[in-house]
Every structure is written in structure tokens, then in C-alpha cells.
Design a protein around this ligand. Structure first.
Ligand code: ADP
Ligand code: ASP
Ligand code: MG
Length: 448
């Protein structure tokens, strides 16, 4: 069993879907295959835009809906022979009608919940998977579509739902044990145990593919995208990047966690336990070798493998003499953030215990400040803590590599080079595993 995932750009048009068809045909010739697809490129963003407009009482959401419709119908026309079009057009139109009804509801109510946003977003993957399944059939593949919401079960944390692996694995194994067909499903979307639609977080199709691969003990998981593999740095920011031939799971996780968008971080989690190799390949250039992610890291002659960055970071600092020697401050801080489901990207605490600093996503900054102020209201009023400090417009950069552990002076080299070039470092963290060194700096210095 091999699991192949195709991202948005890989299914962005009829022409690209034809390339996907060839790749899948080759894979199918060798054995059992499951295919996971994203929404056509840009569609998830357009669905979010339409739902936002509708919920603001702005009827131009109709225009966005029309664009979404046009893109899918045009793809069907270009992709499928006429006799196969009717059924797919009907299926897609039915979904578009349902979507229109939901948007109309949001428009009338002038409100949107994370739950209804997830439902709206689900149409992207539902439509792309229906179209490509039909196309696979026309090229002689024995394709069968399954709605991912029947297999992937999550909690009700809409927008970023947590997978219930016990139930999900059971359902996946049962479904696949009953069929030899080429199974196709949309990524990113899932459902609660009560069949409410959820999503796995932006970029979540990688995760779906990884969940399926792990449940089925696949021999390989392939992530097909629009670049030749995982690169030494973000190719959109750095001109001279190289494709990494092989990375360990830990290195891939660290790079993706700190911003390498090519892999959605949670997707690295299910596969290591089963030792399933993960390959990143380019749909636009299938001949390129790609990047292999496996248990072992390979020595590429440098202690570091890559650099990644996140440019939407805020730092929140809690300072004050009231923290020195008092236990439980960190626990209360992190519990307050966890209660607001705020993801902490980096933590530093000086040994004087006079301050704790956390890096979070800019979008969470105001909420985090409010939660922390409420948790520590007594200490703040009593002057034991200074006012909560929030700094925005920051970036986190991380250098990653398992071999850093055995190489002295990597940090020395990093920080002296930053110093020499006038890059001011606001916070630093290095885990004792020494797989990465991360630091926070101004947005303006990130590219430099
Ligand atoms: P898909 O739609 O296939 O899931 P994404 O847009 O999510 O594709 O991820 C691929 C993109 O990730 C690339 O086009 C590239 O711009 C970006 N990217 C960021 N950092 C890296 C990196 N270190 N290596 C490769 N790609 C990266
Ligand atoms: N379509 C979803 C998104 O744009 C999931 C994915 O593409 O991985 O975030
Ligand atoms: Mg992606």
C-alpha cells in the first residue's frame, strides 16, 4: 500500500489533474494505492472569503461563489469526455447549491461560527475529490471515492480539530479491508462522532494522508507538491536554496514546525512509530528525486540541514519580582494560554526566574494578553508583576539539524554572524535535544 497526497497546485486545473493521473497510474501498476487530494489551489481561501462576506451582510459573496463555480465547471469541461461530464457536473452543482444555501443562511443571520466555517471550507476538498475520481475512471483506473468525513473522526475543536486515532484507525482499516480498488478522498476534512464537519487546520491534507498511511501500515507516503522537495530554506524568501535529499523525521518536524510550509507539522507525527518513509515529490517535475524523510538523518557535511521561519510572531513577557522562587507561575501561565487554545511556539525563562517569555502567533496576541491579565489579576494589582508586555511584528527563525548535537560552536557561529550583520535578537531557545536553535528577531530582519 502506498498513499499519495496531491496538494492544491497539483490539482489546480484540468491540465494538472492529467499529470496527477499519470503519476497515479504508474503507482497503481505496482500495487494498492490510496490518493488524498486538496481543494483546487486558492479555493479554500475563496470559501473563507465568501463566508466572511456573507456573514458581514455583504451580498458580493455571490461573485466569489460564481468564481468558485466557474473554476470547477471549467475544469470538468476540459478534463472529462462529454459522456462522463453529466454525472460529475450534477454532483458538483448539487454541492454548489448546498454551499449557496449555507452562505445565504450566514448572510441572513449575519454571523459565522467556527463550525459553519468548517462546513463551508469542506466543499473545496469534496468537489476536487469528486472530479478527480471521475477522471481516474476515464483513464482506466478502478477509482472509488470515499468522503473523508466517514473515516477521519475528530473532537469538536472546529478549525483545528484533534483526531480520535482509535476510532479513525478502526474505520480506515475496516473500509480498506473490504476493497481492492484505488481509493480517493479529500484531505483536510473530517467529522465529529456526531457527524459534524470539522477541519484539521490549514494545510491539513498532508495530515490526512499521513493518518491513512499510518493506519494501513503503508510502505510509503508520498506528498506531491509544487517544489522539488524540502529545501534548505523557504524558496520564496531565499534565492539560493538546495533540495535536501534525506532528512530524519525529527528534522522534518522541526523545519515544518518553524514555518517550512511544504509539510504540515502534525503530518510528521503518525508515520515514525510505524517507520513509514515519507517522500516529498514535485508534480511539475516527477523525474526529480525529491526528499526522503525517514528514521535516519544523513550527514550532508554540515551540522545544519535547513533554516525556517515564521513571520507572524508576537512575544508576550511576564516580568516581576513576584515570580522569583514562587512555584506555579509557569503552570498558571501555560494553563491560561491552553484554556484559550493558544499555541505556544517558543518559551524562554531566565534562571533568575524574573521573567518568562513566550512566542505565539500574532493573531492570538490580544486574546493571550487578556487571558494572562485575568489569571494574574491579583499579582498585577499588587505590583508583584509588571504589566504584561506584548511585542508584535516579529519573526522566529530556526536552524535545524540532528548533527548540531555533536558539533561544538554552532550557536557561537550563528549569533556572531547575526551580530556582525546588525540583526538584533530578541529571544533565544535551544532544546536540550539540540536539534534546533531558534531565535526571535524583527520582521524587517527576517530575510537578511
Ligand atoms: P501544497 O498545496 O502542495 O500542499 P504548499 O503551498 O502547502 O503546497 O507547500 C509548498 C510550498 O511550501 C512551496 O511552494 C514553497 O513555497 C513553500 N516552502 C516554504 N518553505 C519551504 C522549504 N523549506 N522547502 C520547500 N518548500 C518550502
Ligand atoms: N485546502 C486546505 C488548505 O488550503 C488543506 C490543504 O490544502 O492541505 O488549507
Ligand atoms: Mg500544503
Amino acid at each position: 500500500m502506498k498513499v499519495l497526497k496531491f496538494g492544491g497546485t497539483s490539482v489546480k486545473s484540468a491540465e494538472m489533474m492529467k499529470h496527477v493521473g499519470e503519476i497515479v497510474k504508474d503507482a497503481r501498476a505496482e500495487g494498492q494505492v490510496a490518493v488524498v487530494v486538496s481543494a483546487m489551489s486558492g479555493i479554500t481561501d475563496q470559501l473563507i472569503k465568501a463566508s466572511t462576506l456573507a456573514s458581514q451582510g455583504n451580498d458580493t459573496y455571490h461573485e466569489t461563489l460564481k468564481e468558485i463555480e466557474k473554476k470547477h465547471l471549467q475544469c470538468i469541461q476540459e478534463l472529462l469526455p462529454p459522456q462522463h461530464q453529466t454525472r460529475t457536473v450534477a454532483a458538483v452543482k448539487m454541492m454548489l447549491n448546498e454551499l449557496e444555501d449555507v452562505l445565504q443562511g450566514l448572510f441572513l443571520l449575519k454571523e459565522i461560527s467556527p463550525k459553519s466555517r468548517d462546513f463551508v471550507m469542506s466543499f473545496g476538498e469534496r468537489m476536487s475529490s469528486a472530479i478527480i475520481t471521475e477522471y481516474f475512471k476515464t483513464i482506466g483506473l478502478d477509482a472509488q471515492l470515499i468522503d473523508a468525513r466517514e473515516l477521519i473522526v475528530t473532537d469538536d475543536n472546529f478549525g483545528n480539530a484533534l483526531v480520535n486515532f482509535e476510532e479513525t484507525d478502526k474505520r480506515i482499516r475496516k473500509y480498506f479491508s473490504r476493497t481492492d480498488k484505488l481509493i480517493v478522498m479529500g484531505g483536510f476534512i473530517a467529522a465529529t462522532i456526531n457527524n459534524e464537519t470539522t477541519t484539521l487546520g490549514r494545510g491539513g491534507s498532508d495530515y490526512t494522508a499521513s493518518i491513512v498511511a499510518a493506519a494501513l501500515q503503508a510502505k510509503l507516503l508520498e506528498i506531491w507538491t509544487d517544489v522539488d522537495g524540502m529545501m534548505t530554506a523557504d524558496p520564496r524568501k531565499v534565492r539560493r536554496t538546495m533540495v535536501l535529499k534525506q532528512l530524519s523525521y525529527i528534522e522534518a518536524l522541526e523545519l515544518s514546525h518553524f514555518g517550512a510550509k511544504v509539510l504540515y507539522p502534525p503530518s510528521v507525527q503518525p508515520v515514525p512509530a510505524k517507520s513509514i518513509p515519507l517522500k516529498i515529490k514535485n508534480t511539475f517535475n516527477p523525474a526529480a528525486e525529491g526528499t526522503l524523510v525517514a528514521r535516519e538523518s544523513v550527514d550532508n557535511g554540515s551540522p545544519i540541514k535547513g533554516i525556517s521561519s515564521i513571520d507572524t510572531v508576537a512575544l508576550i513577557s511576564l516580568n516581576g519580582s513576584g515570580m522569583v522562587g514562587v512555584s506555579g507561575f509557569a503552570k498558571r501561565l501555560f494553563s491560561a494560554l491552553a484554556a484559550g487554545r493558544i499555541n505556544v511556539i517558543l518559551i524562554t525563562q531566565a534562571s533568575s526566574e524574573h521573567s518568562i517569555t513566550v512566542a505565539i502567533n500574532t493573531a492570538d496576541a490580544i486574546k493571550a494578553k487578556t487571558l494572562i491579565e485575568s489569571e494574574f489579576s491579583t499579582e498585577l494589582k499588587g505590583g508583584l508583576l509588571e504589566p504584561v508586555l506584548v511585542e508584535q511584528d516579529l519573526s522566529i527563525l530556526a536552524i535545524v539539524g540532528e548533527n548540531m548535537r555533536n558539533t561544538p560552536n554552532v550557536a557561537g557561529k550563528l549569533f556572531s554572524s547575526l551580530g556582525r550583520n546588525g540583526v538584533n535578537v530578541r529571544a533565544i531557545a535551544q532544546g536540550s535535544s539540540e536539534n534546533n536553535i531558534s531565535f526571535v528577531t524583527q520582521n524587517a530582519d527576517s530575510r537578511k
